[in-house]
Design a protein around this ligand. Structure first.
Ligand code: 9MR
Length: 368
């Protein structure tokens, strides 16, 4: 009887942490484990960099985040701190302080930074949006911004495998250009329909080595957009405009799109012999909002899906593998909770208590 009481007390105590209500005890009601004990870290299993997103704030204050990050990942992308809105604070005026914190953290720990994103219609500072100078002055500002930013972040170097490399190894130069929002945004309106190529040229002029990427969502399914990106690559190559790689964001679901469709689209990019980055991977399991706690059935389906997606990435020839970046650490950190207005999305590899979900095992198995 005493033992039973003690057990009940222990259970109540371990479930009372206000943060852990979503995945209390990491077991679903049918007593199936939702977490597992990882034996090997993802970065050690992978033949390519495995990344996650950070903020300057988190890597300065959150020790649990830092140790989880450094255990499994060897590439970091700023979720927001290295976007135009955060860095370009006035005409020819920049604030690189958050990015600098991220770069020094990476350098101290010998991991790379991926720059995200120089130009994106969703991250335009208000002062630039309202800039009332001429179009050519506008273009000059954007050119200076790209060059100053790329140059600034090309300065920090580190030694990896005996070789000196820049800490910031690549940039999403333009993000999500093949959308209506981008068509209507000021870059196209004020610089012209060739603004994308100009941005790549300016970035290359500032740094001859850094890898230059075009990044977009929906490239797993949307054949119109895929064709636009493939045509852009051909056009760039035929006209000596630099481009090194493509980021497929990979915001996907545990069922859709079908793996075969992702595989077919991926092959089209592989055929172009560009670097390929799965740049923002997360996998939802509750698009119909029909669960309010993670069930074993969904967790297992997600585990299988992570395994399949990571395994699919191995179709990319080894020299073209830029890496896979997860878009978030814990389920509760994900942008999707707000975006889908659903607190019960479980798209990532760690639960609220930084325990490795079985989706992490799927990722690990996909690497082998
Ligand atoms: O995860 C990011 C979220 O915190 C920001 O509010 C949002 C707007 O800046 O951007 C999110 O990240 C986006 C990324 O930069 C580009 N691809 C889509 C991502 C999810 O919206």
């Amino acid at each position: 009887m005493k033992k039973l009481l003690l057990l009940i007390l222990l259970l109540v105590f371990s479930c009372s942490d206000s943060d852990s209500n979503q995945d209390c005890c990491s077991i679903d009601p049918e007593n199936q484990p939702l977490t597992y004990q990882a034996q090997t870290s993802l970065k050690d299993l992978a033949s390519f960099p495995v990344g996650n997103i950070v903020s300057a704030n988190k890597i300065q204050i959150n020790n649990q985040f830092i140790s989880t990050l450094l255990n499994d990942f060897n590439s970091i992308t700023a979720e927001n701190d290295m976007k135009m809105r955060n860095m370009f604070i006035g005409p020819n005026e920049y604030d690189f302080s958050d990015g600098d914190v991220i770069v020094s953290f990476a350098k101290e720990n010998g991991i790379r930074v991926f720059g995200h994103a120089l130009i994106w219609h969703s991250s335009i500072p208000d002062w630039l949006q309202n800039f009332n100078g001429t179009d050519s002055e506008f273009e000059g500002l954007v050119e200076n911004y790209i060059k100053s930013t790329v140059l600034h972040f090309s300065q920090e170097k580190m030694i990896i495998n005996g070789q000196e490399v820049s800490v910031v190894s690549g940039w999403d130069v333009v993000n999500e250009a093949f959308t209506n929002q981008a068509d209507n945004a000021i870059f196209r309106q004020r610089i012209g329909s060739d603004y994308v190529e100009k941005c790549f040229i300016w970035a290359r002029e500032a740094d001859s080595d850094v890898k230059l990427f075009y990044n977009d969502y929906g490239l797993e399914t949307n054949s119109n957009k895929v064709n636009q990106v493939l045509n852009m690559i051909d056009y760039f190559r035929n006209n000596n405009i630099p481009i090194d790689g493509v980021g497929l964001q990979m915001h996907i679901d545990h069922i859709n799109p079908l793996l075969q469709q992702i595989e077919d689209n991926l092959q089209l990019f592989i055929n172009k012999d560009v670097l390929i980055h799965f740049s923002e991977l997360d996998i939802t399991v509750n698009r119909n909002s029909d669960i309010s706690t993670l069930t074993f059935e969904r967790a297992e389906s997600q585990e299988n899906r992570y395994r399949d997606i990571v395994n699919l990435y191995l179709n990319v020839p080894i020299t073209n593998r830029f890496g896979i970046t997860l878009w978030g650490m814990r389920d509760i950190d994900s942008w999707l909770l707000n975006h889908h207005n659903n607190p019960n999305e479980y798209p990532l590899l760690f639960n609220t208590n930084y325990e490795t979900k079985i989706s992490h095992r799927g990722f690990a198995e996909g690497l082998q």
